[in-house]
Design a binder for this molecule. Structure first.
Ligand code: KDG
Length: 335
């Protein structure tokens, strides 16, 4: 098996995005996409030229085959995907009510991916890998998913592969009072922790990264990044503990924020694996994340490597603003 740069594991779903605004009961037309946090992340990496290994399960149904087809179109390897003859592929719907972020409705209980278990993880897929990336969605899908995610971080530890972790807290999947118990163990095994302000608050009781950075570094991570959407991103490394702030990009047409966080992770990880300085990794994360917000699907807007070249983002330099984007603001400390 060829080596993967990054190995990840999670649930892909078919997304039906409402074609008109308003409560779903009145919506008659939907657009169909593939989605899922780790699938989005994998596509973000593949577009930038890395080779992700995506461990998952899909149903032997139309939607499962649609997801496999989307993976092939995006140049993702499908050899770590199991097709489950018994269980269906998960589905989710996006509703636009005009105010605030879109609402999501999941139909994924008992899905093929929720049956992921240790048995689905072939340890040889980590040979030669440079990173394992997990999000907090997978561990909360079912007890066997938690075991599978934990097995992956244990294998990574045994093989000396660093782990990046994005808690990606979804309160429709896990009650708030279970989040710490379910997800903090993954924080302790991570070298990179990538999270947003809400997740920082749920896990550590504050939206101020500076206030809890020492506590986080004591738990294990060596780099912590706070994603702040239109206010940019900040990050800190264990060795100098200096808060690095980077402004956000805003596309000319903002449509939908879902998928931006996974895109940020892909951009950040790409910079990290290329040895870029923290500031440049944050900038690329912001760029990939912002690109996702200009389209309705989760990942369709993510850039390709050639886009980075055109935007002058290679090697961490930003020579000019990417086409159609403006800088919204300086990042701040999240106070
Ligand atoms: O980050 C985007 C994801 O939330 C979306 O693709 C659906 O994976 C998904 C989930 O579990 O919410």
């Amino acid at each position: 098996m060829a080596a993967y740069d990054v190995v990840t594991c999670g649930e892909p779903m078919v997304l039906f995005s409402a074609g008109t605004a308003g409560p779903l009961r009145y919506v008659g037309v939907f657009r169909k996409y593939a989605a899922g946090a780790e699938l989005n992340f994998s596509i973000g990496l593949a577009r930038l030229g890395l080779r992700p290994g995506y461990i998952t399960r899909v149903g032997d149904d139309e939607f499962g085959h649609y997801i496999l087809a989307c993976m092939r179109v995006e140049n993702l390897d499908t050899s770590l995907v199991k097709v489950d003859p018994e269980r269906p592929t998960g589905v989710y719907f996006k509703e636009y009510r005009g105010l605030g972020d879109p609402q999501v409705y999941y139909y994924r209980r008992g899905s093929a991916a929720s049956a992921l278990s240790r048995a689905d993880i072939d340890p040889t897929c980590l040979e030669g890998a440079r990173l394992v990336h997990l999000t907090g969605i997978t561990p909360v899908l079912s007890p066997s998913c938690w075991e599978a995610a934990w097995y992956l971080v244990e294998l990574a530890g045994q093989k000396g592969v660093p782990v990046s972790f994005d808690p990606n807290v979804r309160l429709k999947l896990v009650p708030r009072d279970r989040v710490r118990d379910d997800l903090l163990p993954f924080v302790t095994r991570s070298k990179l922790l990538l999270l947003n302000e809400f997740e920082l608050e749920v896990l550590f009781g504050t939206r101020d990264l500076s206030a809890v950075a020492d506590q986080i570094f004591d738990m294990g991570p060596e780099i912590v990044v706070l994603k702040m959407g239109v206010r940019g991103a900040v990050g800190m490394m264990v060795n100098d503990r200096r808060l690095v702030e980077v402004e956000a990009f805003r596309p000319a047409r903002f449509l939908d924020p879902v998928g931006a966080g996974d895109g940020f992770d892909a951009g950040f990880v790409f910079g990290y694996l290329n040895g870029w300085p923290l500031e440049a990794c944050l900038r690329l994360g912001n760029y990939v994340g912002a690109s996702a917000t200009a389209v309705l699907g989760d990942y369709e807007g993510y850039p390709y490597y050639a886009d980075l070249e055109r935007a002058g983002l290679i090697n961490g330099a930003l020579r000019k603003l990417p086409e159609g984007m403006t800088v919204t603001s300086r990042g701040n400390r999240g106070e």
